[in-house]
Design a protein. Structure first.
Length: 512
C-alpha cells in the first residue's frame, strides 16, 4: 500500500535571533490567561511555526494546561477520492498555554519560539512532496505575572435617601489591579432594593443594610436610611373666590413634587365668622366680609398657600318682569333686611332701548317704598350708560319690616324694542349697615320679557282680568303697580289713561 510520507525537515541554513521580549500582566486569583510563545517572542509566523515552548515555574500558585508542550512542523498531503495531490505548503502547529492563577504572588514565565520564513520544494511526485527550510526566525520572551486577590471593598458606610430616589454604588476594589464579580443584597427590599449592577432604589421609610460581596467572599456593608420626600411647594385650585352667605367652595391643594411622601395638609381660616373651612378644604361662607383660607403642608416642610375669600351679601334682589314696547315698567328693588341695612348703592345696566323714566321736571323716576323711614334715593346716568343709584339715610335708620320692596325704578321701553327676553343687571352693589359698616353684595340680574301688547292687559299676564282694572285705578291714584303696561291700559286709545279705561276693562270682562 502506497502511503504519502510526512517528512520532518532539518532546520538549517539561516537562523535569525531576535531580542528577548519582556512583558508583565496582573491577574486576579481564579482568572485564566494565555501564554502564546510565538506572539510573546515577537516573531513572524511566516510560512509556519517550527517550535514554541514556555517554562512555567513549578509552583502551586499557577496551574498550566496542557501539560504536554510538544511542537512539530509537518508536510501535508491532499487527497481527493483515490488521488493524492501534491502538498502546496508547509504547515506547523504549536501550543497556546492556558494558565490559571491560584494564589497571590509574582511569577516569571520564560519561553522561546521559531518559525519558517521561507522554504524550497526539493522533490515532488503525485504521492508526496519534499521541502527544505530556507530561512527561519527565532525569538524568546520573559513575562512577569503578578497574581493579586480582593482583600477589601470600599463603598459608603451610610447613605441617606428619600423615597423614590436612586443611587449607583461605585465600589473601590483592593488590592490595586484585582478584578471581581460583585454580588449585591438588601436586608429589607421593602425599604431599599439593589440591582445586580449596584443601583440602589429607596422604596419605603426606614433603614436597610446593603451588602456587597466579592467572588472570594470578601464583603462590605452600607446602612441606608430612607426618609420621606418633603414638599417643595403647595398651590390651591383657586387664589381668590367670591361667595355669598351659605355658599360653599371646595379647595384642593396640589403638592410638588408629585411623589411627595406625605400629601396631608392642614386648613385654617383667618376669620371663622366670615368663612369656615373643614379638614378636607370645604369652605362655607358665613357672613359678608373678607378672610383668607390657608393650607399648610403637614410633612414638616411648612409650605403654605392661601385663597382670598370675599363673602358677598345676598339680601338684595330683583324679580323677573314683563313689558311691552312703548310701555312703562316699575322695577321694585327688594331687600331682606336681616342685616339691618340703612343704605345702599348700585349700578343699573339696562338693554338698549330701555331707560329709566323721567318726570316732567326731568328727574329720574326713582322712589322709596313705605319701608323707608329716613331714606332718600338719587339716580344719575354714568358715562358708560349705566344708572348710578344711591339710597342713604341721614339718621342711619334701618328699613322697616323684614322683607319687601324698598325702592322703585320706573323703566320706559322704546317702541323699537322687539319682543323677546332681555337681562336687567344690578352691579357694583354695596350696602351700608346701621353700624356704619360697608358690605359688598353679589351682582344681581333679572329677566325682562317683552311681549306683544294685549289691549286691557296691564300686568303682562297675557289675559284681561279685574286685576288689570285695579291696576289702572292704582295708576291713576299714583300707586302704579310694579308691572304696568301703559299701552295695554289705554283701552280706548286716546293717549291718556283715565277711569274710562278701567270701565272699558270691566266691560271687556263682561263681554259688553
Amino acid at each position: 500500500m502506497r502511503n504519502l510520507t510526512l517528512l520532518l525537515f532539518l532546520l538549517i541554513p539561516f537562523i535569525s535571533w531576535a531580542d528577548t521580549k519582556t512583558s508583565s500582566k496582573t491577574v486576579t486569583v481564579g482568572q485564566t490567561f494565555d501564554i502564546n510563545p510565538v506572539s510573546m517572542s515577537g516573531i513572524s509566523t511566516g510560512k509556519g511555526v517550527l517550535s514554541g515552548s514556555a517554562s512555567i515555574p513549578s509552583t502551586d500558585g499557577l496551574a498550566v494546561s496542557p501539560t504536554s508542550h510538544s511542537v512539530t512542523i509537518v508536510a501535508e498531503k491532499k487527497q481527493e477520492g483515490n488521488t493524492i495531490d501534491a502538498h502546496n505548503g508547509i504547515y506547523g502547529s504549536y501550543t497556546t498555554y492556558k494558565v490559571t492563577a491560584l494564589k497571590p504572588g509574582t511569577y516569571v514565565i520564560q519561553g522561546s519560539a521559531s518559525s519558517c520564513t521561507s522554504y524550497t520544494k526539493t522533490q515532488s511526485s503525485i504521492y508526496w512532496s519534499t521541502y527544505s527550510i530556507s530561512a527561519k526566525a527565532s525569538g524568546s520572551f520573559t513575562c512577569t505575572v503578578t497574581v493579586v486577590d480582593v482583600t477589601s471593598i470600599s463603598i459608603p458606610n451610610t447613605k441617606t435617601m428619600t423615597i423614590g430616589e436612586n443611587y449607583t454604588f461605585t465600589p473601590t476594589i483592593y488590592q490595586t489591579g484585582a478584578t471581581t464579580t460583585l454580588k449585591w443584597s438588601s436586608s429589607d427590599t421593602s425599604i431599599a432594593s439593589i440591582s445586580s449592577s449596584g443601583v440602589l432604589t429607596a422604596i419605603g421609610l426606614g433603614t436597610a443594610t446593603i451588602t456587597c460581596t466579592a467572588h472570594n467572599g470578601v464583603s462590605t456593608q452600607c446602612l441606608v436610611t430612607v426618609n420621606p420626600r418633603l414638599a417643595s411647594s403647595i398651590s390651591l385650585n383657586a387664589s381668590t373666590a367670591e361667595l355669598v352667605s351659605g355658599e360653599q367652595l371646595k379647595l384642593t391643594a396640589t403638592l410638588l413634587p408629585a411623589n411627595t411622601t406625605n400629601k396631608t395638609v392642614t386648613w385654617i381660616t383667618s376669620n371663622p365668622s366670615i368663612a369656615t373651612v373643614d379638614d378636607n378644604g370645604l369652605v362655607t361662607a358665613i357672613s359678608p366680609g373678607q378672610c383668607s383660607i390657608t393650607a399648610t403642608t403637614a410633612d414638616g416642610s411648612n409650605k403654605t398657600a392661601s385663597c382670598f375669600i370675599n363673602v358677598l351679601s345676598n339680601v338684595l334682589y330683583a324679580e323677573n318682569a314683563v313689558g311691552v314696547s312703548s310701555g312703562t315698567l316699575v322695577l321694585p328693588i327688594q331687600l331682606d333686611n336681616s342685616a339691618s341695612i340703612t343704605g345702599l348703592q348700585f349700578e343699573l345696566q339696562l338693554p338698549p332701548g330701555i331707560n329709566v323714566g323721567t318726570d316732567k321736571n326731568g328727574n329720574y323716576m326713582a322712589t322709596m317704598s313705605d319701608r323707608a323711614f329716613d331714606q332718600s334715593i338719587l339716580c344719575s346716568q354714568l358715562s358708560n350708560g349705566n344708572y348710578q343709584v344711591v339710597v342713604f339715610s341721614g339718621t342711619s335708620a334701618a328699613f322697616s319690616g323684614a322683607e319687601g320692596a324698598i325702592a322703585y325704578m320706573t323703566l320706559c321701553i322704546g317702541e323699537d324694542v322687539a319682543e323677546g327676553a332681555y337681562t336687567l343687571s344690578i352691579k357694583e352693589v354695596e350696602l351700608t349697615k346701621t353700624n356704619g359698616e360697608t358690605i359688598h353684595h353679589k351682582d344681581l340680574s333679572a329677566r325682562l320679557t317683552i311681549t306683544a301688547t294685549i289691549v286691557g292687559d296691564t300686568n303682562g299676564d297675557s289675559k284681561v282680568t279685574v286685576s288689570d282694572a285695579v291696576g289702572i285705578v292704582n295708576h291713576i291714584l299714583g300707586r302704579t303697580p310694579s308691572v304696568f303696561i301703559s299701552k295695554g291700559a289705554d283701552v280706548n286709545g286716546d293717549g291718556d289713561i283715565t277711569i274710562s279705561d278701567a270701565v272699558n276693562v270691566i266691560n271687556m270682562i263682561l263681554n259688553k
